[in-house]
Design a protein around this ligand. Structure first.
Ligand code: FAD
Length: 469
């Protein structure tokens, strides 16, 4: 049997049941179909690097990757016809665009004689499986997490031992270099320094985290200056690492005594699962707030304030440090993601979808489910979200989670010489102190673009307008 294996956000050979099953049925043609994108994103760079790595892995196994561009279903239909393929195997995705592609493919008349099979390794569990006692999808994380912990998570599939090459000149196939995948704003060199994408690097990253940081995760994960989290999100978002493989690896580390209490980490993997689960059950949430009263929120969407936020020039050091970290590395620490998102939504009254779009362009770990639900959580428009009226004070957050100012000093060097006591709010320093530290407010570093108390009161007024609706 000749099987086309369609790769998408699963750029790996382990925990890839579509590839494994195809390899056991005969010859395999691994293919990736890239979209024609007008504007590159940071995660495109990650995908480019991952594909480079995947190509090598597939060659090692005896096959090679075909790269095509275009609409997935029609491209696969033409490919099946040209190669006389018997089957198309792929791993399912939960985001609405990918699911629609799958539906169209499954219903194509031209493929009626082709055996099309969908596998499900990209979530811990089939999202239609977990339901409340009343048979409804869970809307509260605590109950979802409790139920998830009682389930048996399927084991990941092993990588195929070898693949039988299906040599063929494919019409329209392009070399990876001509794929058009690149980072926006000529970022490649910067990202190259910060990350090494690919399946092998994902396992190395996991092993380092397991041995050095997993046991301290619960205490360190909230402090952005500490290297306390796994930094696996880019690998998970692109599918360099399978989520089931990671889940079971954590369980093994627990059994082996390397990390006797990994619950806090598993809980974050469950947040990912919950995001995917919600996107599966409520596919329009990338655009619509889950709570309908937020449809009428009186956003201000001031473009100059939005630009200041993007550039890390709001005058709130923790917010600015986060936005500059994003610009330099394509990622932000989770605690700081919450603070910058809250500042945009509540202090500036900018629609969360504008922030989510900026994250889509700039995050190397951009993940439609995690990003959408992250923003809806902060906005208060998600089902189990932080209530809107709980408004982060960016200065208090800064003093609590970056007390020594190490993170701020790393990303805002122009403030580095300020004493700790003024670092979190430079405008409280005297002229003398500012001068000694080489800071000229309004010139070398901006004054706060909004006053916290006034912005807080304005946000609460805006919320009061929609609350009764
Ligand atoms: P760790 O703390 O080591 O966690 C391990 C893994 O668990 C992560 O890699 C991720 O897959 C998952 N995870 C952790 N926290 C969360 C969470 N709150 N929600 C869902 N999954 C989680 N994550 C993305 O992967 N892509 C995004 O586009 C994204 N956008 C976000 C936007 C906002 C506004 C917020 C508040 C959060 C967003 N997150 C996103 C979630 C979280 O910030 C990142 O997953 C995390 O910071 C990645 O770092 P890490 O791999 O070191 O995480």
């Amino acid at each position: 049997m000749k099987t086309i294996v369609w790769f998408r956000n699963d750029l790996r050979v382990h925990d890839h049941p579509a590839l494994k099953n195809a390899s056991e049925c005969g010859e395999v043609l691994p293919v990736v179909i890239l979209p024609d994108r007008a504007f590159p994103t940071a995660s495109d760079w990650w995908v480019y690097k991952s594909l480079t790595h995947l190509q090598l892995k597939l060659v090692e196994l005896g096959s090679e990757l075909t790269i095509l561009k275009g609409n997935p279903s029609s491209t696969l239909s033409l490919l099946a016809e040209e190669t006389q393929a018997d089957a198309i195997f792929f791993n399912g995705q939960v985001d609405p665009v990918s699911r629609k592609e799958e539906m169209v493919l499954l219903e194509l008349e031209s493929l009626s004689k082709v055996d099309i099979q969908r596998f499900d390794p990209n979530m811990l569990l089939d999202p239609s499986h977990l339901k409340t006692g009343a048979g409804q999808p869970y809307k509260v994380f605590g109950a979802f997490w409790k139920s998830l912990q009682q389930q048996k998570i399927p084991w990941p599939t092993a990588a195929p031992a070898s693949l039988t090459n299906w040599a063929h000149e494919i019409t329209g196939s392009i070399p990876l270099k001509e794929s058009g995948l690149r980072s926006p704003f000529n970022w490649d060199a910067t990202l190259e320094q910060a990350w090494e994408p690919g399946e092998t690097a994902s396992f190395e990253q996991w092993a380092t985290f397991r041995d050095k940081r997993l046991q301290f995760y619960d205490f360190k994960r909230d402090f952005p200056s500490l290297n306390g989290t796994s930094r696996l999100s880019g690998y998970l978002a692109s599918g360099n690492m399978g989520i089931r493989a990671l889940w079971h690896a954590v369980k093994r580390a627990q059994e082996d005594g390397i990390a006797p209490q990994p619950e806090a980490f598993l809980r974050q993997l469950a947040w990912r699962e919950f995001s995917y689960y919600q996107l599966f059950h409520f596919p329009d949430i990338t655009e619509r707030p889950l709570r309908s009263e937020f449809l009428n929120f009186p956003w201000l969407n001031d473009s100059s304030e939005f630009e200041s936020w993007k550039a890390g020039k709001t005058g709130y050091p923790l917010v600015d440090a986060g936005m500059r970290e994003l610009w330099e590395t394509g990622t932000i620490h989770n605690r700081v993601r919450m603070v910058v998102a809250s500042f945009l939504i509540k202090h500036l009254l900018v629609d969360w979808r504008m922030g989510a779009e900026w994250f889509r362009e700039t995050l190397i770990d951009y993940d439609v489910a995690n990003n959408t639900l992250g923003w809806q959580w902060v906005a208060g428009s998600g089902f189990d979200a932080a209530p809107y009226f709980r408004i982060f004070n960016p200065t208090t957050q800064s003093k609590k989670f970056d007390k020594s100012g190490e993170y701020i000093r790393r990303w805002i060097p122009e403030l580095a010489k300020l004493p700790d006591v003024h670092l979190h709010e430079p405008q409280t320093a005297s002229e003398d102190v500012l001068m000694t530290a080489g800071v000229v407010l309004g010139e070398t570093y901006p004054l706060p673009i909004v006053d916290h108390s006034a912005a807080r009161a304005r946000a609460l007024d805006a919320y009061a307008l929609i609350k009764g609706k």
